[in-house]
Design a binder for this molecule. Structure first.
Ligand code: DX5
Ligand code: ZN
Length: 208
């Protein structure tokens, strides 16, 4: 599978967001947008109105780290999300949330936190276009990659050969290689790309 790169704007300068996105657009496949509500995670970022002001030719991969994600699906689809990822731990009825996302003709994704077992996703695989494995505790950039994520990726690739498997948190040149070997095909990276001296080279290194 082709390896796709999704730079996470959490580590970018929000004061000049569109310029920051331009600096990585040419070498990337998606732009990763972290939405946090201060409840599901202990941090707050941006909402749909800021997402709608993002200008890029790349599809937006929007990662909702919020409670009651079902209430905000239309808002983020209208704001330009092409992949919309909700958290397994935040959904009372995951199937209906995924069906609702697909009805809007965008990709339906789910994410699990590091302590959630991957097997919980088995009944939902047919409703999913994208699974995002959190390889750090969600909420902040710049944390260390949690190794048990690799076994989750392996399990998922075995059970869903065609699924987009994204990994988010602590991705650098070394962990990227391990994730790709385990079966991931989308690498989400914030600090490794945006804090790099030369962003283009950091992205090319992730692609391997
Ligand atoms: C964390 C976010 C990530 C974050 C990753 O909750 O979901 O997207 O930006 O940051 P790095 O790549 O620095 O670990
Ligand atoms: Zn994220």
């Amino acid at each position: 599978m082709k390896i796709k790169i999704s730079p996470s704007i959490l580590s970018a300068d929000f004061g000049k967001l569109n310029d920051e996105i331009k600096s990585v657009e040419k070498y990337s496949d998606y732009i990763h947008v972290d939405v946090m509500d201060g409840h599901f995670v202990p941090n707050i970022t941006i909402g749909a109105c800021v997402v709608s002001s993002i200008k890029t030719r790349l599809p937006l991969d929007v990662h909702l780290m919020i409670e009651h994600p079902e209430k905000y699906i239309e808002d983020f689809a209208d704001a330009g999300a092409k992949v919309l990822t909700v958290h397994y731990e935040a959904c009372k009825n995951l199937k209906s949330v995924l069906v609702k996302i697909r009805k809007l003709r965008i990709k339906a994704g789910v994410s699990i936190k590091p302590k959630t077992k991957i097997e919980v996703l088995k009944p939902y695989l047919k409703y999913l276009d994208w699974v995002l494995i959190m390889s750090v505790e969600p909420g902040f950039g710049g944390q260390k990659f949690i190794e048990n994520s690799l076994d989750k990726i392996k399990w998922l690739r075995k059970n869903a050969p065609k699924l987009d498997i994204a990994v988010d948190g602590g991705i650098n040149e070394k962990t990227a290689k391990e994730c790709v070997k385990a079966g991931a095909n989308v690498l989400i990276a914030g600090s490794y790309i945006f804090k790099a001296k030369i962003r283009k080279s950091s992205i090319l290194r992730l692609k391997g």
